[in-house]
Design a protein around this ligand. Sequence first.
Ligand code: SF4
Length: 324
Amino acid sequence: MMDLIHSVAERVLEGGEITLPEAKEFIGFESWPEVLELAAQATRIRERFTGKEVDLCALVNAKAGLCPEDCKFCSQSSHWNTRISTYPLMSADQIVERAAVAKRFGAQRFCIVTATRGLSDQDLPLLCDAVRRVKEEVGIVPECSLGFLTESQLQKLKEAGMTRYNHNLETSESHFPNICTAHTYQDRLRTIKMLKANGVEACSGGILGLGESRQERLELAFALAELDVECAPINVLNPRPGTPLESKTPPDPMEVIKTIAVFRFILPRAKLELGGGREVNLRDFQAMAFLAGANSLIIGGYLTTFGRQPVHDLAMLKDLGFTV
Ligand code: SF4
């Protein structure tokens, strides 16, 4: 088995690709020695194609809750009784203030997120203003995650200074109808293709632990590779009280580490971003994710849950030899 890991790694290092049967073999590993070898080779691939640099991205939940969509993992959906605090769209001043705080604790990227099906024309001027000011006044790279959007809205955000847009596929095409019925996987795919067609970097990934099989995790990774996404966030389910997935057991640390390593084989050049759920699910194994191919991190907390203090993340990345 170690020979197979090595030969596939050499092929990827030379610019070739891992096949689906090989990825299936790897994602079936059940013991640490195999997973650690996979991680070591994923680290070689990461270093070859993306070096030792790590991206740090902070989020602001600029409009919380009351989302009309029915994503089963999400505490911001109006379909579930999750009792989170909700608020309307923040002002541009509030968003800019949050970006300044994010910059102070070390983030280089700042993503403005709203809990919506899509962007309304009414909110567009405020969000463009926020994007412009985050870039020019704060000096941090603005990104957005505002749901579905039209090509003309995308152009306006781009003119304001946005270079990357987040729109997660969330899971595989085959599993998607089990986690959301208000919109389709194809709707999401179309949005990501529109980003790429308009010269905007695509940040798209998913959540591990939504009840998908290992094969479906691979489907997600190969779909992201086909879309040629620049950044792929890998979140791990943090079951939220009141959602239909509140009783789901998330994957254990070995499963997450192994999945990150396999994603690195499939997406050798992308930023693999460790996102929500990492503290509760990886616990003492968070650093291990960066020794398995991850090279981007969401810091300073998530949309409806807290994260650990950025100072701990910065120390961890320094100890691992990454440069920010
Ligand atoms: S994941 Fe996004 S689209 Fe789905 S319910 Fe939550 S906020 Fe709405």
